[in-house]
Ligand binder design. Structure first.
Ligand code: AMP
Length: 285
C-alpha cells in the first residue's frame, strides 16, 4: 500500500535527514553504486525509495562532482513524469538519496513480460515521456539518457523518468542487448556535437521498442548496431501489426539530420498520439 500522506517535504530546506528518520523495508534492486530499499519516513509514514550509494565507489570512479550536480538537477525537477528526489543525507561511508517510490518497478520488466505493448499503452508512455522532456528542455536540461531500464512505473502505472546523467557510466544491466548503443543518436555514435534533438531520436527508438519488443537497430555486435544507426537501417517487421500512424511517427523521429526530427510539440500533436494516448498518463490496456 502506498501511503496517502504528504511526501517528506523539506519544509525547512536546511532540514537534516538521517537514517533514524526511516524504517527500512525490502530491497528493490541493485545498481552499480549501491542498493535501493523501500523505506518509510517514521513521522509522516510516507513510503519512499532509499538509494544507498557507497562513497568508496563514487571516489573510485571519480564521480563526486557529477553526482552532486545531477542530484541538484533532479531535486529541482518537479514534474509528474519525473521521479522526485526529495532530499539526501550521508554518513561516513554512504550517501542516501530519498527518492519517490515507483511501486510498479521498471517499465523494462513489463515490456519483457508482455513482449510488446498495445498502441494505446505505447502512445500513453510516449506522451508522458514527451511532456517530461519538454519540461526538461524548458529548464535547459538535455540528454536524460532515457532507456527502458531508467523508466519506472508508479502505483497507478504512470511513467517516471528515473535516471541521473551519471547512469551512462554504469554498466548496462541488460546482457541481451548491446549496452547503451541501441539508444544513441547517429551524431552521438559518430562523436559529433549534439543537442536536445538526441532526446527526440531516443523517443523514436523507444516508440519502436514498445511496439515491436526490441529496438530497431539491434544487431549481433556493437559494431553492427553502430553501422545500422549510421545508415538509419530501419525496417518494420510484418508482425506484430503496427498502424501506419505509429510507423509515420517513428520514421519522422529516426531522421539523421537532427534539426529535421519532429519537435516535442509536434509529437504531442501527432495523429497517432491524439488517437491513442491517454492524457491522464495512465493506461493499463
Ligand atoms: P539503480 O541503482 O538506480 O540502477 O536502481 C537499481 C534498481 O532498483 C532499479 O533497476 C529498480 O528496479 C530499483 N529502483 C530504483 N529506484 C527505485 C524507485 N525509486 N522505486 C522503485 N524501485 C526503484
Amino acid at each position: 500500500m502506498v501511503s496517502q500522506n504528504q511526501p517528506p517535504k523539506q519544509d525547512n530546506p536546511k532540514r537534516q535527514w538521517s537514517l533514524r528518520d526511516f524504517e527500512i523495508g525490502k530491497p528493490l534492486g541493485k545498481g552499480k553504486f549501491g542498493r535501493v530499499y523501500v523505506a518509510r519516513e517514521v513521522k509522516s509514514k510516507y513510503i519512499v525509495a532509499l538509494k544507498v550509494i557507497f562513497k568508496e565507489q563514487i571516489e573510485k570512479y571519480r564521480m563526486h562532482h557529477q553526482l552532486r550536480r545531477e542530484m541538484e538537477i533532479q531535486t529541482s525537477l518537479q514534474h509528474p513524469n519525473i521521479l522526485r528526489l526529495y532530499g539526501w543525507f550521508h554518513d561516513d561511508e554512504r550517501i542516501f538519496l530519498i527518492l519517490e517510490y515507483a511501486h510498479n518497478g521498471e517499465l523494462y520488466n513489463e515490456l519483457r513480460k508482455k513482449g510488446h505493448l498495445t498502441e494505446k499503452q505505447a502512445a500513453t508512455y510516449i506522451l508522458s515521456l514527451t511532456k517530461a522532456l519538454a519540461y526538461c528542455h524548458e529548464k535547459h536540461v538535455i540528454h536524460r539518457d532515457i532507456k527502458p531500464e531508467n523508466l519506472l512505473l508508479d502505483h497507478e502505472g504512470r511513467l517516471k523518468i528515473a535516471d541521473f546523467g551519471w547512469s551512462v557510466q554504469s554498466k548496462s544491466k541488460r546482457n541481451t542487448m548491446c549496452g547503451t548503443l541501441d539508444y544513441l543518436a547517429p551524431e552521438m555514435v559518430a562523436n559529433k556535437e549534439h543537442d536536445f534533438a538526441v532526446d527526440n531520436w531516443t523517443l523514436g527508438i523507444l516508440c519502436y521498442e514498445f511496439l515491436y519488443g526490441s529496438p530497431p537497430f539491434e544487431a549481433e555486435s556493437q559494431v553492427d548496431t553502430f553501422k545500422r544507426i549510421l545508415r538509419i537501417d530501419l525496417n518494420f517487421p510484418s508482425a506484430p501489426t503496427v498502424s501506419s500512424d505509429a510507423k509515420n511517427l517513428i520514421s519522422r523521429l529516426l531522421v539523421k539530420e537532427s534539426s529535421r526530427r519532429l519537435s516535442l510539440q509536434k509529437i504531442m500533436e501527432h495523429p497517432w498520439i491524439l488517437k491513442n494516448a491517454d492524457p491522464t498518463d495512465v493506461c493499463n490496456k
